[in-house]
Design a protein around this ligand. Structure first.
Ligand code: ADP
Ligand code: ASP
Ligand code: MG
Length: 443
């Protein structure tokens, strides 16, 4: 069984959906995971924001505009009047259910139900298209098997058991379609795997069914060595290890959801990143086999807050760091980077929700300084920290940029630096010029 996930742009128009149906034609058994059509989840977020603020007129205008877009897709996607009628009825139902939320109290529960509509629509429309083309397939409702637990972590055992149950209902079927991103939470309510979560769905489903391969089809030819939205002259990387890919995803490479590599790594299932616009391009293969010791890629993660605790009590003391970490643990706030000296410890977090509470508890240990608007730059490569000359190249490239923290040696695959967000574009550009060998054999 293979898993093929198609992102928003890949199903973003009637034409793109037709192209996807060409890409899934082979006989081998597969589960196709679809995102919402591009722009839809953003529009649903906007609608929800308007509803939270009781701006119902604005919400209705946004709903009408999105509905019109889908009416157009229906006209373009189907040939027969019968399918057009069926699809029109389907989208009308979905938009009626969204409009119903303008009539009553709007809370996070309603928001999650609204956000789920994008994937429900794209998969249903695609399934109708396959039916019209007489391609046998079954639409599997992700809400019957994708589940997160009380810590908002996927419940792998539940997912494996329940997807198996669904698949067993359709012996002899080789093509399944399902929704990315959406799931149920521990209360059985509709929830989601956070923005970009369809990649995570694909990986979780792959691990649940012991897939032979997970393919992430998107709008670019694989993981590039740097953020192509910011830097010119980036190139795709042919091979990455699970750890390298996981670090790039976690530290900001938008092509993959931050957690999406882990389920595949856990089951040792290769992940391929492929381009729907250029299906023959090699893309990136993520697996346990990796080569080279070169610096492979750079990623940047914004929205970081640095917290520094200065305390004379640290000197020659033990147990100090544990007490500091316990504060973060109490507020379920993960720490990304840490550096320590004799009298101070600096840490970074990406979730400032409990920052005030954390800071007031930390003040019991000493003086606390907080810096917001920070960015982690993460340089990734195989055994990068073992290779002589690597760090020199990085620091030479960034000699003009103030470095707030440096993390080296924590993982052999990565060197991380903390900078002010206003220096990010410059830092990524300088690293692109300074640390990669052009015509890398990997490129
Ligand atoms: P999808 O809708 O298919 O999930 P995304 O927009 O989530 O697509 O991810 C693909 C985009 O990720 C690319 O178009 C590119 O702009 C962006 N991106 C950011 N960093 C990288 C990188 N290092 N390599 C490739 N793409 C990247
Ligand atoms: N549709 C969701 C989003 O836009 C999930 C995804 O595309 O992966 O975030
Ligand atoms: Mg994505």
């Amino acid at each position: 069984m293979k898993i093929l996930k198609f992102g928003g742009t890949s199903v973003g128009s009637a034409e793109r959906m037709k192209a996807v149906s060409d890409l899934i034609q082979s006989e081998e058994p597969k589960i196709v995971v679809l995102s919402a059509m591009s722009g839809t989840t953003n529009a649903l977020v906007q609608i929800s924001e308007a509803l939270y603020q009781n701006k119902n007129k604005e919400a209705n205008a946004l709903i009408d505009a999105l509905h019109d877009k889908y009416k157009q897709v229906v006209e373009e996607l189907y040939k027969t009047d019968e399918k057009k009628k069926q699809a029109r009825e389907l989208i009308d139902q979905h938009f009626e259910s969204i409009r119903a939320y303008t009539l009553d109290l709007f809370t996070i529960h309603e928001e999650r139900a609204v956000l789920a509509q994008g994937e429900l629509l794209s998969t249903a429309l695609f399934q109708f298209f396959l039916e019209e083309q007489q391609i046998p397939s079954v639409l599997l409702p992700a809400l019957n098997f994708m589940k997160i637990d009380e810590n908002e972590e996927p419940d792998a055992e539940y997912i494996a058991q329940h997807i198996r149950k669904e698949l067993d209902k359709y012996a002899g079927t080789n093509l399944f379609i399902t929704q990315g991103y959406i799931c149920r939470n521990t209360f059985g309510e509709i929830d989601n795997l956070k923005r970009g979560g369809s990649d995570y769905s694909a990986s979780l489903i792959g691990a649940a069914v012991d897939a032979t391969e997970i393919q992430i089809w998107t709008d670019i030819d694989g993981m590039h060595n740097n953020d192509p939205r910011i830097v010119k002259d980036t190139y795709p990387i042919a091979e990455l290890s699970f750890d390298e890919a996981a670090e790039l995803a976690y530290f900001g490479a938008k092509i993959l959801h931050p957690s999406s590599v882990l389920p595949a790594k856990h089951k040792n299932i290769p992940v391929k990143l492929l381009n729907t616009m250029q299906p023959d391009a090699k893309g990136t293969t993520i697996s346990s086999e990796t080569e080279g010791g070169a610096m492979k890629a750079v990623a940047a993660k914004d929205g970081i807050t640095a917290v520094k605790i200065k305390s004379g009590r640290m000197l020659l003391a033990y147990g100090f760091l544990r007490s500091v970490f316990e504060v973060f643990e109490r507020y379920k706030t993960p720490i990304d980077m840490i550096t320590t000296s004799e009298v101070a410890v600096s840490l970074t977090i990406d979730n400032p929700k409990f920052l005030n509470e954390i800071v007031s508890e930390l003040m019991e240990f000493g003086q606390v300084e907080v810096d917001e608007n920070q960015t982690i730059i993460c340089v990734v490569g195989d055994s990068i920290a073992d290779k002589s000359g690597t760090s020199a190249k990085i620091f030479q490239s960034l000699s003009d940029i103030p470095l707030r923290m440096i993390s080296y040696g924590g993982s052999k695959n990565n060197i991380s630096l903390l900078i002010d967000t206003q220096d990010k574009v410059k830092a990524l550009t300088l690293l692109n010029e300074g640390i990669f060998e052009r015509n890398s054999p990997n490129a």
